[in-house]
Design a protein around this ligand. Sequence first.
Ligand SMILES: NC(=O)c1ccc[n+]([C@@H]2O[C@H](COP(=O)([O-])OP(=O)(O)OC[C@H]3O[C@@H](n4cnc5c(N)ncnc54)[C@H](OP(=O)(O)O)[C@@H]3O)[C@@H](O)[C@H]2O)c1
Length: 252
Amino acid sequence: MLSYDIMTLATAIIVGASSQLSQEIARQLAQQNVELALFAQQPEQLHAFAESLPTKATVHALDIENPQAIINQIETVWQQLGGAHLVLVNTGLNGYNPELPWQMDEDIINVNVMGFAAICNTAFKLFVEQGYGQLGAINSIAGLRGGPSVAYHASKAFGINYLQGLSMHAQRLKLPITITDIQLGLLDKAAMQGSKLWLSPINVVAGQVLKALAKGKRHAYVTKRWRMIAWLTKYLPEFVYNTRHWNKKQKK
Ligand SMILES: NC(=O)c1ccc[n+]([C@@H]2O[C@H](COP(=O)([O-])OP(=O)(O)OC[C@H]3O[C@@H](n4cnc5c(N)ncnc54)[C@H](OP(=O)(O)O)[C@@H]3O)[C@@H](O)[C@H]2O)c1
């Protein structure tokens, strides 16, 4: 397992750089002298942000719904950079509709399964060629068990298992390639409920993500307090898990 001092990290690629969390992570990495390549759907919207960073940061187009295109894009940028120490995947699509429209599920599967796998597969093979590196992905505790956002939960389970498999390949190849699965809590739900207990400032979330990466963890819950919910999610008996209500029941 690779565990490095973040200060020695030279280059990082962040895929899905338009999100607030990605930008905070980019900012904290840049403050530690890490050069960045940022992938976003609309790269032109990130130019000003990239220029505001204290280190060199380039911005690139992300066409996640076209796996071959995203593979080519990552490989091209990798060549331009001369390799990278860290690839951080922070792409994701969520949606809930009790009518279960297929289009929503298809979109989620395209981004969270097809696109995610294409990015991780490409990054892993580039790390194998290079002989070392770290692949980090920001996932969700939603992947620990099925849930009402059916495709989202299932896609996050795919992500967890895909990363586990890559980690086994790294182990078998005896290469110092670290695979880190960061499982975020259900921050949107906490935000909707206005729960200060569960919501942490974005800089704290980003800081915990970077700490877990720097320690070379196989997986980490962020923020740490979600560990207990993750445990409950995994072990609650089905008759309790299946009937739990996040919102108060409507009186009939
Ligand atoms: N926020 C939460 O409450 C929460 C909780 C648990 C886990 N997570 C997981 O953590 C990760 C990041 O969360 P976040 O809050 O930073 O998410 P976010 O703000 O929704 O950002 C996700 C990223 O994915 C990109 N993306 C989505 N659809 C795309 C598409 N079709 N093509 C290209 N890029 C696309 C977004 O780019 P655009 O902005 O350009 O669309 C964005 O950069 C995701 O995997 C998410 O599932 C989030």
